[in-house]
Design a protein around this ligand. Structure first.
Ligand code: ATP
Length: 316
């Protein structure tokens, strides 16, 4: 039985401009013990899908199951199996850190788990703030607390919705170290993030959503292998010729240019030389997950989600 199963999940929101299709027939199984990444640009539907899983939003059609429990008809059982770390910081300001965790445990019917609460506080760098009132915590500390709250009932499935947005390097490392350990111990992890290097490093399998549909679904290693061509990367202080500027991914001085083949690379280099662009730290590398993501979103990547592939093969 999959840890998480989305079965033809669709969701339309009523808006003043008419219905907005946030999710369109999303089908996806996440197996026990997977570290699964759900990626997509802003507005792709990631949070909506997670909200449906957590029972915070209702699917317009289709259904979601957590270890076989329907999130609508068996809400309490499904919810107990999930530890959801939400994007937004919402807290009860009247309690201290340890009290909040005890209350959250009680909410899930879990008692006498002081040892686990201590372990959470220790592993998330909150031990010396255990007596602090929630109001006194910094933003980063509050985020650690969100993680602790989500894990307090030792859920088999951990759902992290952009857990590292606005988080410092130290907390990122603490968090990933801890979540990777829980995954090794058998917990299933579902992660959404805009940090594709994190997804590449952590996730065994990845689904990419675009406008509410799955547009890629595969093992991370396969997505990387199927990415076409290579990337010409260099640093420069000069402006790029317009034709290359349109193709390039530019981050400050770092320029990354996708290239299909060696002829393409030679063409790029010739155009740069003609334009008098001075290149530093030039390298040619394999595409990384960010390149794959951009290829998938532009429709250029070879990967097809299984359902779409089966439909095409069925027509043949
Ligand atoms: N309550 C709502 N009412 C109307 N539209 C909504 C509502 N919630 C989400 N949407 C819309 O549904 C679409 C999907 O939003 P969602 O928050 O799921 O995207 P996301 O992939 O999580 O994006 P981000 O990366 O920005 O967090 C967007 O177009 C969004 O504007």
């Amino acid at each position: 039985m999959p840890a998480v199963s989305f079965q033809a999940v669709s969701k339309a929101f009523a808006t003043p401009k008419g219905p907005l299709q946030a999710l369109d027939q999303v089908s996806l199984d996440i197996e026990e013990g997977e570290f699964f990444g759900l990626l997509g640009p802003n507005g792709a539907g990631k949070t909506t899908l997670i909200s449906i899983l957590a029972g915070l939003a209702r699917a317009s059609s289709g259904r979601a199951l957590v270890q076989g429990c329907d999130v609508q008809t068996e809400f309490a059982a499904a919810r107990r199996k999930l530890g959801v770390v939400p994007q937004e910081l919402v807290f009860d300001p009247f309690f201290n850190v340890r009290e909040s965790l005890r209350i959250q445990s009680g909410y899930f019917g879990v008692r006498n788990n002081g040892a686990w609460i201590d372990e959470l506080l220790e592993n998330l760098g909150l031990a010396d703030r255990a007596g602090a009132n929630m109001r006194q915590l910094s933003g980063g500390m509050k985020r650690r607390m969100l993680v602790a709250q989500a894990l307090v009932h030792k859920p088999p499935i951990i759902v992290l919705d952009e857990p590292t947005a606005g988080v410092d390097v130290e907390l990122r490392q603490t968090l990933w170290h801890f979540v990777a350990r829980l995954n090794r111990e058998g917990h299933t992890v579902l992660l959404t993030t805009h940090y594709l290097d994190e997804a590449e490093a952590l996730c065994g399998r990845i689904a990419m959503l675009k406008s509410g549909r799955i547009v890629a679904l595969d093992r991370t290693s396969v997505l990387l292998q199927e990415a076409s061509g290579s990337v010409l990367q260099f640093k420069t202080d000069s402006a790029l010729p317009p034709a290359l500027a349109r193709l390039a991914r530019v981050t400050g001085r770092v320029v990354q240019l996708p290239a299909h083949d060696t002829v393409d690379i030679e063409g790029h280099l010739a155009a740069l030389r003609t334009a008098g662009v001075e290149l530093h730290d030039l390298e040619i590398r394999r595409p990384d997950l960010e390149d794959v993501f951009l290829q998938v979103m532009s429709g250029a990547h070879a990967s097809r989600p299984a359902a779409a592939a089966a439909a095409v093969e069925g027509q043949a």
